[in-house]
Design a protein around this ligand. Structure first.
Ligand code: G6P
Ligand code: MG
Length: 215
């Protein structure tokens, strides 16, 4: 029986991938190489520093730890300049409605995101009140596919993992949910998310009835 819903942020509640893409592309350009939208797919669900490592690998560039800190900081400043302009109309279709349906049905809700900018985004989207717990990149030390973020979410909600369902758009996120012993609804393509219990295009396709059929 599902008692709690845990949501990834980027790609599930809001499409921030486009802003990450512009910011990483700019950084790549400054270093003298190109970064494509296809490359950007590799960064979904991946932490900031791990994303930078992938970017540098694509460009065939080596940097010291100190230079990497500076580059990640620069990318984040650029990214933050976009997300601080976000408006509630950027919430993905059905996300707000499904969160409200969870609340009405008495299901607990948590955010489980790798992003250190999650609070800024939730504030801009005016969604904070719809989450009973918020676990983000400032609360975790192990990146997905490690289950830490979702286990912390379940703990904050006082829910057993077997009573939790995770909504995820990234392969590493699906793996994290399964490693936590939770149900998982994949959001996106079945090729990437085939380990999930159910795959949908977006939360607009999700109903509470479907939660009962997961088991
Ligand atoms: C999410 C996104 C990733 C991003 C990561 C860290 O998982 O899908 O693309 O790199 O968060 O985000 P941050 O806002 O902390 O740089
Ligand atoms: Mg995501």
């Amino acid at each position: 029986m599902i008692k709690a819903c845990l949501f990834d942020l980027d790609g599930v509640i809001v499409d921030t991938a486009k802003y990450h893409f512009i910011a990483w592309k700019q950084l790549a350009r400054e270093m003298g190489f190109d970064f494509t939208e296809q490359d950007n797919e590799r960064l979904k669900g991946v932490s900031r520093m791990a994303s930078l490592d992938i970017l540098l690998e694509i460009g065939g560039v080596t940097k010291t730890e100190q230079e990497k800190e500076e580059l990640a900081h620069r990318k984040n400043e650029h990214y933050v300049s976009f997300i601080t302009q976000m408006k509630p109309d950027e919430i993905l279709p059905g996300a707000r409605e499904f969160l409200l349906a969870c609340k009405d049905a008495g299901l607990a809700t948590a955010l489980g995101s790798a992003s250190k900018n999650a609070m800024t985004i939730l504030n801009r989207l005016e969604l904070n009140d719809l989450f009973d717990a918020i676990i983000d990149g400032t609360h975790t030390s192990k990146a997905k596919p490690d289950p830490e973020v979702f286990l912390k979410g379940a703990e904050a909600l006082a829910a057993d993992p077997e009573n939790c369902v995770v909504f995820e758009d990234a392969e590493a996120g699906v793996e994290a949910a399964l490693a936590a012993g939770m149900y998982c609804v994949g959001i996106g393509s079945s090729e990437v998310l085939n380990k999930a219990h159910l795959i949908i295009e977006g939360l607009h396709q999700m109903t509470l009835d479907q939660l009962e059929n997961l088991q």
